[in-house]
Design a protein around this ligand. Structure first.
Ligand code: ASP
Length: 418
């Protein structure tokens, strides 16, 4: 009897699917923040502990998953194909994203009739050149890359190591087994950290919702609405459409399978920070193989920022309307081009998109000071764009997995039961 009674609470807690608990944490957090206002900062440490714990996983998880995935694939040509498909899909979806952002702002005109003053001056950032990016991909010291969490360099080293381990055959076996065992332990640790997600998400959202009063949000409600709407359209129309038509997959399963990652992305505003959760969703809920998930997702968390691209489009047009500048067709073209490049160069950390916005603005001759108008509410926009960034990475991962026969459709279609 006594054992029965004591085992009841954990059983009930365990019976609720994780995504429902995380979603409940989000809603309760928003409510708590709204009620307590700035005092809700009290819960911020809960969120910070959670974010630190996920970030702790990034480097070892990405490195081991990728080495294991590549040795399991045993085919360098296949790796090359996966790389090309990944980059092509990332670029195409980003161009769509910025187009949708431009269209939404042009249609709904969030900046027309708004009277806001701005003073703070901003410096324009320089976009890195292609050669600089290429040279920077190769780590001169892999330990340094691991220590600093330079994901692209880690990927390059892991691919090299994985291919070499395959080429040396039997001699590579002990190291491969070591990495397999290490990767398993990292998956386990990810699950353990994720069990804490409902509380972490609660803490993060309570803090954010407590620190933004309506007086800051209301004047900019229209541009926030337009950015959120464009984000939603991109995920529901472009991503779902590509999954259905190119992948012949049910998009609802995809949306269901990525909820954990979306909520963590929304509350943390960091797609790099969400990476371990995305890898877990791809493997456990969508049925993508370790090799594809371990390669496509970290690359995406570094270069694929569709949400940021949407935001660049929406905000550039918004600011043009605000300051009364008429954009020409050439300006729109310039926004698409620089917005795509700026989104690729955006780091997956909170607020990075706001800094990159200066590249787009300076290219079309908009006053950089106007960025100050948006800076006050940027976190709210950042949360939405990070969700799209993460959703895009997971969509491309699913499509690439499907096209390479690296997607277990039994797992994908079973998402509903999770
Ligand atoms: N916070 C975004 C992300 O991590 C980047 C951005 O600021 O646009 O994906």
């Amino acid at each position: 009897m006594a054992t029965d009674a004591s085992s009841k609470p954990p059983n009930l807690w365990r019976r609720i699917p994780l995504w429902q608990k995380i979603l409940a944490g989000l809603l309760l957090g928003a409510l708590t923040g709204a009620l307590m206002g700035e005092k809700a900062a009290l819960f911020k440490p809960l969120g910070d502990i959670f974010i630190n714990a996920i970030r702790m996983l990034i480097v070892p998880l990405v490195f081991s998953t990728l080495v294991v995935g590549i040795t399991a694939m045993r085919d360098p040509q296949k790796m090359g194909r996966i790389g090309l498909r990944t980059v092509a899909l990332y670029l195409i979806t980003t161009a769509f994203a910025i187009g949708i952002g431009l269209l939404a702002s042009t249609l709904f005109q969030p900046g027309v009739g708004l009277d806001m003053s701005f003073e703070a001056s901003q410096e324009a950032k320089e976009a890195p050149s292609l050669v600089e990016i290429l040279v920077g991909l190769v780590p001169s010291n892999p330990i340094d890359a691991l220590a600093n969490g330079n994901i692209l360099q880690i990927i390059v080293f892991a691919i090299g190591l994985g291919i070499s381990l395959t080429l040396i055959g039997d001699k590579g076996e002990p190291v491969v087994r070591l990495f397999e065992s290490f990767a398993e332990a990292m998956y386990k640790l990810t699950n353990i950290v994720m069990a804490f997600a409902p509380f972490g998400v609660f803490g993060l959202i309570a803090y954010v919702s407590g620190s933004y009063g309506l007086e800051v949000l209301l004047p900019l409600a229209k541009v926030i609405g337009v950015a959120y709407l464009a984000s939603l359209v991109h995920v529901l129309v472009v991503y779902s459409g590509l999954l259905a038509f190119l992948g012949r997959l049910n998009p609802l399963r995809y949306l269901q399978g990525i909820i954990d990652a979306l909520v963590v992305a929304y509350s943390s505003a960091s797609s790099s920070g969400t990476l371990p959760v995305s890898i877990r969703c791809a493997q456990q809920n969508l049925g993508v193989s370790n090799g594809v998930a371990g390669f496509v997702l970290p690359v995406g968390a570094t270069i694929n920022m569709d949400g940021t691209a949407i935001y660049q489009g929406v905000v550039a047009v918004f600011i043009a309307q605000l300051v009364g500048v008429d954009l020409s067709l050439a300006d729109y073209g310039m926004i698409v081009l620089t917005g795509t490049l700026a989104s690729i160069g955006t780091a997956g950390v909170p607020g990075a998109g706001l800094i990159m916005l200066s590249i787009v603005m300076s290219q079309v001759g908009l006053p950089l000071e106007a960025i100050a108008v948006i800076a006050g509410i940027d976190r709210i926009l950042d949360m939405a764009r990070t969700c799209v960034n993460v959703a895009g990475d997971l969509m491309v991962t699913t499509l690439v997995g499907k096209s390479e026969g690296e997607l277990d459709e039994r797992v994908y279609n079973a998402t509903a039961k999770q």
